[in-house]
Design a protein around this ligand. Structure first.
Ligand code: KG4
Ligand code: ZN
Length: 351
């Protein structure tokens, strides 16, 4: 049997990315290239991702990024077995750009297209950088998503909770914008928070103690903005507001994730396939917000308390990238699950 080469394409938010993976007959997967072009500089002055600017930027660079991924992988286009492209969820202009580029390649190379759900890419991403056996609980916290997924197997995902409004990273970005700290906001809020008192500003903790694992960050964002505007805006005020905001996000993420851990544990204990001795249960955190040291510390603490092992994949594979899209595509391809060339972009596509 020959190895399988898959090209992955990602363009659903503000990263244009392409990657080539090789699956060997022995089942091992190798990342031959993973190119990521960030659009941060285009969106910085707006304090957030502007969909129209994102779409144009994807369009201007996608072919070059794909070419770079193929060249860097040391393969020829004719070696490719299939092309996997994010088909949603995400910003429609970007998704269409990547999907059309992929379709064009599939047509000219006469190989199958695999339309991949971006969230499935994230769900499988910890398996890019090392072994990560099913089942595991995944917390995805980025600028676009805040979700808790039970990843039970390929194609077998259960959403235990998600945000009903803003994503956690969005709350960081909007807080930074109000406070004039620049984009992307997360790293700047974290830096400013270092000198502050996390207990100085009382902020709401939506859904705290409720018997589900959903999140809500819109009210928190508004409360932070109010606290900042009514302060004297001194350096110490900035530190206190940022520290209080960050601490509140930490507490909320931990408490909600703790709920999901209880749900996950109950669920896998109720299936006969899992022995109670098969613990500790696995917890994976992915997404840009997981770079935050306070949040990571809080999750480490939570894992200890709940008997979970913590897996935090390298940031390059758990923020938006095309290797995870190629991996999801590869798994579908091997199962014979290919898409029609008429596959549509699906800006809202639940996993
Ligand atoms: O995974 P990611 O690159 O994907 C997108 O959603 O595009 O995540 C980016 C998000 C941004 O909202 C950014 O502010 C946030 O992750 N982020 C952080 C930190 N670093 C990045 N949030 C909190 N603390 C950080 N250190
Ligand atoms: Zn993403």
């Amino acid at each position: 049997v020959a190895p399988v080469f898959i090209l992955g394409v990602e363009s659903s938010c503000d990263e244009t990315a392409a990657s080539v993976l090789r699956r060997d007959p022995d089942g091992s997967t190798h990342i031959l290239s993973s190119i990521i072009a960030s659009q941060d500089e285009y969106h910085a002055k707006f304090g957030g991702v502007v969909p129209e600017i994102a779409a144009r930027a994807h369009m201007s660079i996608i072919d070059a990024i794909i070419d770079q991924a193929v060249t860097e992988a040391g393969v020829d286009y004719s070696d490719l077995s299939a092309v996997a492209a994010t088909s949603g969820p995400g910003l429609i202009g970007g998704v269409i750009t990547g999907l059309l580029a992929a379709k064009g390649l599939c047509l000219s190379l006469d190989i199958p297209l695999i339309a991949v759900n971006h969230l499935e890419g994230h769900a499988l991403s910890p398996r890019l950088s090392g072994p990560c056996a099913f089942p595991y609980l995944l917390l995805l916290v980025s600028g676009g998503h805040t979700q808790l997924l039970s990843v039970k197997g390929l194609g077998d995902y259960e959403r235990l909770g998600s945000t009903v409004d803003d994503a956690a990273g969005e709350a960081f970005d909007k807080t930074a914008k109000v406070m004039g700290l620049g984009f992307p906001g997360g790293p700047n809020v974290e830096r400013v928070a270092a000198g502050g008192d996390p207990k100085s500003v009382k902020l709401p903790r939506p859904y705290w103690g409720q018997d589900h694992a959903n999140f809500s960050f819109a009210g928190l964002k508004t409360a932070v903005a109010r606290a900042w505007r009514s302060s004297d805006k001194s350096e110490q005020d900035a530190a206190n507001v940022a520290a209080s905001f960050q601490a509140t996000v930490c507490e909320v993420l931990s408490e909600r994730t703790g709920r999901a851990m209880d749900m996950f544990t109950k669920d896998i204990m109720s299936t006969n396939e899992v022995e109670p001795s098969d613990t500790p249960h696995r917890f994976v955190v992915a997404g840009g917000v997981a770079a935050n040291k306070a949040i990571r510390g809080a999750l480490e603490h939570l894992c200890e308390a709940k008997g979970f092992s913590l897996n935090a994949p390298p940031m390059v594979y758990c923020t938006d990238n095309a290797a995870m899209i190629a991996l999801a595509g590869l798994e579908h391809f091997i199962q014979g699950n290919i898409s029609d060339l008429s596959a549509k972009a699906r800006p809202r596509w639940p996993l």
